[in-house]
Design a protein around this ligand. Structure first.
Ligand SMILES: [Zn+2]
Ligand SMILES: [Zn+2]
Length: 415
């Protein structure tokens, strides 16, 4: 169908505005706005005339009684000024624009496409997205990004507002925990569930310090984000230290206003806020994929465990566990200390006692390498026969863990 025939078909049906007219043949005049194409098409008598009239730059007319957009395009300037206001609030280096239009308008569009050949047409949504994107690029000096934008603006014509979706910031690093009694992630207070009460000193938190909390404070200050999420590559017990090369983590800032923070400064602020409780290293910008990678990684850990025995420990006992656990698969039922919150299952894990050292008559120290997910305190005590074999079983002694440190999170099997 040629452009003049399309115009006639569309204009016979009632009032139609220039952008709605031009939009139906937009691909025949690339780089020209639909309004201008429509204004030229309205005046043209033949196909070749259209380009000539475009050069004269006729003023496009937008009608509130257009049967196609139902006057929606007259609302576009107001929507754009709302959008520009919104862009002032956020820092971003690329963006995406989306549009929501009332259902009736998409139906109008589909209906007329059964009467004209629409292969050179675009939807009203696409027109608005494209033209708005261009405007935003000019105004902000940033670029449209379709794969993974920092920020997405939705022009919602159904509710006459701008919706904004902001991509989180992800910061990778490794942490060491140098003080016992600090959980990795924030826990809401069990009395008030986070709203704040006397028990928790109105913090809403079960513990005054967490690894996440220590890093979160400077993160929220610097990014003006709403909240943080902490993704660790596994976690150690609250009362275990995390030493050696530290544990990999990704710290996520949700709905950040500022995206480009100085990581050296952030590092410095964590240091000040932690008062020696934790140390972080290797901070760098990362992404969501890294979180998935961390969560799927099953890395070995090496531990140092200090064990207290009921009866005296002999050198022979220590040799025995070193032999017995040279490279041994153990079976562990979910420990009694956690089975109120985890399903009772049996897991198999490989463990290896690397070295042992007698501390005094009733105490010894062991260095143990274990697969991800092994329960070390239960490897020591046997947990009433729920972990087999255990140090206690092999030594025929009653044992408990006095102190536990993670000294290495291994990267791969051979490291
Ligand atoms: Zn229209
Ligand atoms: Zn509370």
């Amino acid at each position: 169908m040629n452009s003049i025939e399309i115009k006639k078909t569309l204009m016979e049906k009632g009032e139609i505005c220039d952008p709605c007219l031009g939009r139906q043949i937009t691909l025949r005049h690339q780089g020209i706005s639909n309004g201008l194409i429509g204004a030229a098409l309205r005046k043209a008598e033949t196909e070749p005339e259209i380009d000539k009239i475009i050069e004269e730059q006729p003023e496009p007319e937008i009608k509130s009684d257009c049967y196609l957009c139902e006057g929606l395009l007259t609302e576009l300037p107001e929507m754009h000024s709302k959008l520009m206001e919104e862009t002032e609030k956020w820092e971003f280096s690329n963006f995406l624009v989306g549009t929501k239009v009332p259902g009736g308008i998409a139906e109008n569009e589909e209906k007329i496409w059964t009467e004209i050949t629409p292969e050179d047409a675009e939807t009203i949504k696409r027109q608005i997205n494209r033209e708005t994107g261009k405007k935003l690029e000019e105004k902000t000096g940033t670029e449209a990004e379709f794969e993974d934008p920092d920020i997405t603006f939705i022009l919602n014509f159904k509710e006459n507002k701008i919706e904004t979706q902001i991509k989180s910031i992800y910061i990778y690093g490794r942490y060491k925990k140098l003080e016992r009694g600090i959980p990795q992630t924030k826990w809401p207070c069990t009395h008030c569930e986070g709203s704040g009460c006397e028990e928790c000193d109105n913090t809403g938190q079960q513990f005054p310090y967490t690894v996440q909390g220590i890093m979160e404070k400077p993160l929220l200050e610097m990014t003006k984000a709403e909240e943080s999420k902490f993704h660790g590559q596994g976690r150690e017990d609250r009362d275990a230290l995390m030493l050696g090369n530290g544990r990999p983590f990704v710290l996520e800032a949700v709905n950040p206003v500022k995206r480009r923070i100085d990581l050296d400064k952030f590092h410095q602020k964590i240091k000040e806020n932690s008062e020696g409780k934790i140390e972080v290293s290797e901070l760098e910008y990362s992404d969501k994929d890294k979180v998935v990678e961390l969560k799927s990684k099953r890395s070995d850990k090496t531990y140092e465990v200090w064990v207290k025995a009921k009866q005296e420990v002999s050198k022979d006992d220590l040799n025995k566990i070193q032999e017995e656990f040279e490279d041994r698969e153990i079976e562990q039922r979910t420990p009694t200390r956690v089975n109120h919150r985890r399903a009772d299952k049996t897991r198999k894990r490989n463990v290896k006692v690397i070295e042992t050292e007698k501390v005094n008559d009733n105490e010894f120290k062991a260095k143990v390498r274990a697969e991800a997910g092994a329960y070390i305190k239960e490897l020591v005590s046997g947990d009433y026969g729920r972990t087999r074999p255990s140090f206690a079983e092999i030594m025929k002694n009653s044992l408990e863990t006095k102190k536990l440190n993670v000294v290495k999170v291994h990267g791969s099997d051979d490291d």
